[in-house]
Structure formats: structure tokens, C-alpha cells
Design a protein. Sequence first.
Length: 243
Amino acid sequence: MSGHSKWANIKRKKGANDAIRGRITTKIGREITIAVRMGGGDPTGNMRLKLALSKAKANNIPKDNINRAIQKGLGASEGSNYEELTYEGYGPAGTAVMLDILTDNRNRTAADVRHLFSKFGGNLGQDGCVGWMFNKKAIFVVEKEVFDNEDELMEIVLEAGADDMKDEGDVFEITAEPDAFDAIEAALAEKGIETASAEITMVPENTVKLSGEDAEKMQKLEDALEDNDDVQNVYSNYETDED
């Protein structure tokens, strides 16, 4: 998730070309495998797996791919040598960037990520340099095509523990503390309301509006980081106009 519209990112991923979709599928499959290895194959008692499966659903990952990733986690040794890291840095115009990393070679990953930051007018920073600007939040996105009664939806999610709900054009975006994730998910499921996305992510406290060359560089940096095999998630605090 970047600072600009969550829904814009979801639509972009759904409409991605085959090469990009292949990378998305690989990354989510790896996340599922690691989640199963760490917490077992039952999403009921494994929040990380539940979130990975939700991400797979939002990105239309085929069931066969999901099942293979689960089986890898249950059986083979693949994934046992991966380590999880968080990188922090600055993009163009001082924008804050955080990365979730899953790598089997931290030296290679650090060099690759540092190069990408430099290439697009940013720099990789020290641990903690921008982390204080972000808060971990549960985010649910409901398309208006699925459910368009704003008052009813707001009542459902607020009673389940949500902090806020915003009208974002084609969708409603629901925000909550991470520990309210299960209750909100259950409340929506009980009413038969499907989500376009449901995840726990990092949300910036404040955003920076970019335009022109800075916006172009930042979007290229974000795309390049997301293209890197070792970068699982990219978070930033920038906003741009829709065009």
C-alpha cells in the first residue's frame, strides 16, 4: 500500500500484465508457504496465513497455486532459509518508504534495494528513520457494486470494532486496529458482504502530495521495488492526483 488510493493499487494489480502478475503470484505463494511453515496450515489459528490467503483472493491467484504453496509449507524444506527484514528509506522529495523483505541473501537484497533508491532519486536509510511515521492498521475495502448502503455498512463495521469508514469513490475503505480484524471479517461475512481486499498493513500518519517529476520518480521507484523478488510489500506516504 502506498499513500495514494488503496483501491487504485488493487485495480492496478488486477489489471497487471502477465509478467507482473507472475511476480505477484510468486510473492504471495512464498508468503503462504512461510506462513504455513511458521503457524500450520489452518488459517483459523494462523493470522499470517489468513492474511496471505486474503491477499491471494484479492489478486485472483489460482487455487492450484495456493494449494501448492500450502503443501510446500507443510512438507518440503523450501523456505526454511528465508529471513524477514524491514528496510526504511526516503524517496523523491523526502517521501517515507518502508519495505517488508523476505530474502535468502540479505547482502544481495540490500545492494539491489540501495541501487533502486539511488536510481530514482532516493536513498536507503537507517532502521527507524521513517518507521515512526507509520501505524499498523487493519484495512478492508468493499466495492459499492457489492454493497452500496453506506449507513448500514458503517453500523456493521463500527459495532464490530472499526475506527473509521471512508467513501473512496467506487469503494468504501474501513480502518481498524489489527486486533479487530477477526471481528470485522466475521461481521461482514455474516451479512454476506465480500471484500475486495482485507489486510493488516502500514498506514502513514500524514501524507506528502507529489506532482510532476517527483511524482513520476516516486511511482517508478515504487514499481521497481515491487518488481524485486525479495520485496514483499512497499509502504509509502505520498499522494498524487489520479491522472
